[in-house]
Each structure stands twice: as C-alpha cells, then as structure tokens.
Design a protein around this ligand. Structure first.
Ligand SMILES: Nc1ncnc2c1ncn2[C@@H]1O[C@H](COP(=O)(O)OP(=O)(O)OP(=O)(O)O)[C@@H](O)[C@H]1O
Ligand SMILES: [Mg+2]
Length: 232
C-alpha cells in the first residue's frame, strides 16, 4: 500500500502541491481527478521521485521512499505510465517492453513474459513493429505493458484515456479492473474522463489548485456530485 502524508511541492515560487495526503490500498484502483493544471501530473512525478518533494512523506508498505531516486523506487515496486505515453518510437514493441524489465538481471531481461502479450494481444501481433508505427491507443497499451514488465506492486497511470478511441479505452479499463481484482497491486489512476473514472474507481480523490478538496469511495461519486466538481 502507498501512503502520502502532507506533501508540498513548488515550481520556483509557485506552491503547486499543498499538504496533499493520499492512500492507495492494495487490490484497489484509486482515482485522482481534477481540472487541467491543478497539479495531478506533478503529484505523480513526486510519487516517482522525478521531482523531489519539499516536505511530507511517501510511504510504501510503511517504509519512507521519499528520498529514493526514481530507479530505486522502480526497484521498490513502483511503475509509471506517463501522460503522453513516452514510448520509444524507433525501438520495436518488444524492445520497448524489455526496457521495463531493466531492474531484473540475467535471462529474465531478454524475453517478454507471455502473460503480457496475453493481456494485450495486439502487442504480440505487432511485436516487431516500431513503436512509432502504432496508433495512439496501441502506444498506450504498450506503455502499460512496459510498466507491468517491471512486476510492480504500485502501478501509476497518468490519463491513459487521453486521445484514445473508445474501443481501446474499454480494453484498458478491463485490464486495469482485472489487475486491481488480482489483489496484489495498488493502482493510482489520474483521469479527466469522468465516466471512465466513475466506472473504475474503488476510491476517488479530487484535487483543485494543488489541494485535495474531496475524497471517498467510488460508489459514492454520483451522490457526491463529483462530476460537477471536475467538469471542464
Ligand atoms: N516544469 C514546470 N515549471 C513550472 N511550472 C510548471 C511546470 N510543470 C507544470 N507547471 C505548472 O504547475 C501546475 C500543475 O501542473 P500539472 O502538470 O501537474 O497539472 P495537471 O493537473 O497534470 O494538468 P493536466 O490536466 O493539464 O495534465 C500548472 O499550473 C502548470 O502550469
Ligand atoms: Mg497532467
């Protein structure tokens, strides 16, 4: 389980995250919602260690990881699917996935585990194609497969539905649900597509101007009027 306690983050003089606290339990999908520019991506970058926090704590299973480098956090069990996907367009699909396995050693780094291709059959069909030749939705699936290749205990996704066609959004939703239901992973999902978020959220957190302004269980989102709170 991932716990965040009152973290603060600044860009220069701008106070971007203000005492943000958050919990992502095992076996659940915890969704972070909020309008453009409220600090969602900054929050995830702080979780991964891409940006250092100014104050507060980030705990993984009770252990403070907030001083660790991004590489150390990946070794500790975090995996990140960044906004915009960031796959390597000149590398093949297979090579992209193998990059996600860099934390392992020996033979394990050389072969993509078959279960990843079972999760995303389209990647199996396209494994020798260049990443840049894939559609946006396929690239998103590739970015998720690359993250899963590190066998994470915390999977962090930044707006995986952004710019993706509805059929692939459904596929991605099914995969996230299945991963959460397996019970051995915490999922942190930043999402602006409200209907998708409501459908998949076990827990929700709403951010506004760098602060948490609402939180609760996913099933209560309609009654709490969360859609209006995050409407653009
Ligand atoms: N490198 C940076 N330097 C300075 N300010 C930044 C930087 N990155 C982001 N910001 C600002 O910090 C705030 C939070 O940005 P962030 O990207 O975390 O928002 P977001 O909630 O992810 O937005 P979106 O929904 O558009 O992805 C915004 O006001 C943004 O302009
Ligand atoms: Mg963002």
């Amino acid at each position: 389980m991932l716990e965040v306690k009152q973290i603060n983050q600044f860009y220069g003089g701008s106070h971007i995250l203000r005492d943000v606290s958050f919990t992502a339990p095992m076996g659940a999908c915890s969704v972070v919602l909020g309008r453009n520019g409220v600090g969602k991506t900054t929050f995830l970058k702080c979780l991964m260690g891409i940006l250092p926090i100014k104050s507060g704590e980030i705990l993984l299973n009770g252990k403070d990881i907030s001083k660790m480098s991004p590489e150390q956090r990946v070794r500790a069990g975090l995996a990140y699917v960044p906004q915009g996907r960031d796959i390597f367009s000149t590398l093949t699909v297979e090579e992209n996935i193998l990059i996600g396995m860099a934390k392992f050693s020996g033979a394990k780094t050389k072969k993509v585990p078959s279960h990843l291709y079972e999760i995303f059959p389209v990647l199996d069909e396209m494994k020798h194609r260049r990443g840049g030749d894939l559609s946006g939705g396929q690239q998103q699936q590739l970015a998720i497969a690359r993250a899963l290749a590190s066998e994470p205990s915390v999977l962090i996704l930044d707006e995986p539905t952004e710019g993706i066609q509805p059929s692939i959004i459904k596929d991605i939703g099914r995969v996230i649900r299945k991963l959460a239901d397996q019970g051995d992973m915490s999922i942190v999902l930043v999402e602006q597509f409200y209907d998708f978020a409501e459908e998949i959220a076990d827990y929700y957190t709403v951010m506004s101007r760098g602060q948490v302004v609402a939180e609760g269980i996913g099933a209560d989102m309609p009654a709490q009027g969360i859609k209006d709170l995050v409407a653009i």
